[in-house]
Design a protein around this ligand. Sequence first.
Ligand code: GLY
Ligand code: MN
Ligand code: MN
Length: 457
Amino acid sequence: MCQLTRNTLQHRVSLLAFLILILAAPLAHALEKQPVSVYHTRRVALAEKLQGGVTVLFAAEEPLLDFMPYRQDEDFYYLTGWNEPGAALMIVADAPTAAQPRSYHEVLFLPTRNLRMEKYTGIKLDAATPNAAKTAGVDEVLPMTDLPIQLNKLISADRRLGSNIWTQPDAAQAKALMGWTAATLGDATTPAAHDVTSLTMQLRVVKDAGELALLKKAADASIAAQRVMMRSTKPGVTERAIAGKILAKLMEDGCERPSYAPIVGAGINSTTLHYSDNSATLADGDIMVVDAAGEYSMYASDITRTVPVNGHFTARQREVYDVVLGAQRAAAAAFVAGKSTINDPYHRDPNSLDTVAWNYINTHGKGLHGEPLSDYWIHGLGHMVGINVHDPSNYPAVLKPGMVFTIEPGVYIPEEKIGVRIEDVFVVGEDGKLIDLIASLPHTADDVEAAMRSDNK
Ligand code: GLY
Ligand code: MN
Ligand code: MN
């Protein structure tokens, strides 16, 4: 092979390697997205709930503090899979009988690129980028500057639409848009926007197959992290070191962040429900509650396990542990799709799994002074899980196929320094049966002790 040809070939190979590198590099950190058609289907489903109105949703802004990673607004992500700050989504619903009939259309508004800031934040897409709509997976992309113009045009063509706008109640941009729209329309009063999150909540509560796959990945990474916790726990280690090992394993297994601040509480700290100071050192003989899980491509998991710091539950710790586990199992066994409900902290609903778990705890085991252990359980039995670890829902919620929720009974006895919580994430399958996403993580006291002895790193 002559020198010239070899150089040319080497150059081409280098170029190809470079191209693969720059194309693959962003993917290596990218969130796993669902097909663009899925987000489109969700937008159409939301449009059907707008009663002929219009919704405008805003993306989350850049975080204020440098150490905070960017996290997209949950509804915005659910509807677009778009993970950049500063955008807005408008969905116009079919309104064939409006003063000026409207048909479904959707626009993603993108902010003007800031080339100087892109040196810090990386390259962004804007409306002028070739194929922007195809890249973003939406019907149309326009510059953000067009948003008030588009809204003004729609309302000036049909003034009644002014009272049928849906947006996020807490977004500063939404308030500004509504105020500016009123000013440009010459209205004395700002149109009253409806809360679009009350509609997205109805969609988000039932998960599709792609969401279930991501929730499974979040669960699997979180199970692996909890196993690391079990193997790392021993007297003298700090709660914070345990939290650090959990975080490291979550990220190693593809999570972008924990789905909430890890709760690692030993001894008296095990009795504080959302303890997250994680500042104590583990002492021989103590019990430890570890409520920690990760978020995988925006989908959360939520797991709690309770372990003995020295690897062996005392008889009393085991007694309380078995009551809590029995309550979790009783609730899961009583489950009936379409009938059972979750999150009924005062157990007023005879169909709630909370009532089942409470009855179990109330009739098994006692406190130091003979009081029922149910006196030491003060929270709801569970909640929906999805893009948010506490996904939105009205409660108590009737549990139906496609819903994902936790069962997490707990008993917290400060005078004995014993807190026990056991928490798994469950899916209601299409056949109405419960699927425990955390089934493979030890549940019984014996299995927890065995996992702590395991040297399978
Ligand atoms: N990790 C928070 C909760 O279990 O609700
Ligand atoms: Mn939970
Ligand atoms: Mn939890």
